[in-house]
Design a binder for this molecule. Sequence first.
Ligand code: GDP
Length: 453
Amino acid sequence: MANKSANWFKQVGQTSNPLRQRRLRIGVTGLSGAGKTTFITGLINQLENHRKGLLAQRAPFDRLESVRWRRDDVKRPFPYLQSLAALSATPAAWPDSTADLSRVLLDLRFKPQGLLGRLQKGKELSIEILDYPGEWLLDLPLLNLSYGQWCEQMAQWLGQPPRAELAGVLARRLGEIDPVAPADPILLAELAAEWTDFLQRCRSEAGLSRNQPARFLQPGSDVAAQMLHFVPLLQANQHTAGAADSWWALCESRFNYYRDFIVRGFYDEHFRHLDQQVLLVDMLAPMDAGQAALQDLKHAMEAVLESFHYGQNGFLARLLRFRPRIRRLALCATKVDKVGPRQQRAVQQCLEDLMVDRLADVRHGGVEIKGIPLSAIRATRQEGEALVAGLEGKTGWVRYQPGDIPEHLPQSLQVSSPELLPLRPPPGLHRNEPFPHYRMDDLVAWLLQGERL
Ligand code: GDP
């Protein structure tokens, strides 16, 4: 009896205290420009307008009674209203990209199901979405490196095209520093700024994705700028050692802080609590940029997928002190409205071809993967074989043939890309109408699959 009443109190507590609701924690990530901000804005918009859009026709959303986007008491809230303001402006503009970690909390209430349903209370689910730059996951391998090993790796990367050309005189300057000589903190700050510029060029000019340390480009709000003042010393290696005031000692201590507190801190504090993960990938831009960009995306995504590889030999199992909970991963090629509807699956296929081995590892480690080619906000409309869209910064419309996507990605990674134009968002977007999209309903339904609602 005592037990029964304890249970009853527990249940009452669960329904009356919103904090005790069932909470599903979903991570959303992707490299810079993958489409995270647009996706999250679109996701909230589809749920808020569940009665009108495609969601209204599918279970369990046909029983969805109410959706509340929580505005208060959310730590680091996702800038939903700012994103909506940009999208619904005249002319419409894309929202600002993700540069930091942010959060969305949505409360969903479903009507009960079936005959017995009328006797039961509706089910409530609270969805927490954590948006974070995918680049942060690229730092995972750093957990396995000492500062000297990192210097060796960077020296190797800087010796090869296209990084060799992009580094220019910076590589020579870094190569001239004697690691055991006394450090010059002012010069070090200058070199760290130049290293950041170099990473920027790698990203924008060569379309490279593995730009380390990732926080140099996307620091996030809780990292003191000074802690990012370190660079690889190209004369150093894993056997170097230097006095306390040396270049080596200064750079090594900051590298160690970066690795042990910033990189590991993100996994401990945020990543470990996620139940599911959405990984967004812009496959079209690197297909357009060419073989080197595709090769780099492959390496970068392989590094990102390490964070979801929990198998026996998984990196993660060895590097982190906890067992991650993520058991389901949605892998989505984004912005597929840029190609014709018949080509969209091919874009997704090319993405999965690019990462075939690592996806197999992740699946083998027990994570279910679902591939969904997505467009969170459809900027084109189809007219026969052609697409019609507006271009950014211009008025009026263009009609164009986007060109073909191969059914599979050739092993050489040499592809002739479709025509990619800088599209502006469609006009007339409003918070109270579902945005046009491709397969957002499939994704949302998949995310909630398995929840007893
Ligand atoms: P983030 O850096 O991952 O947050 O990426 P954003 O959401 O800021 O998206 C980067 C850019 O991709 C946007 O500014 C748009 O130009 C484009 N984009 C994002 N989603 C879509 C989409 O669904 N369709 C089209 N056509 N473009 C998109």
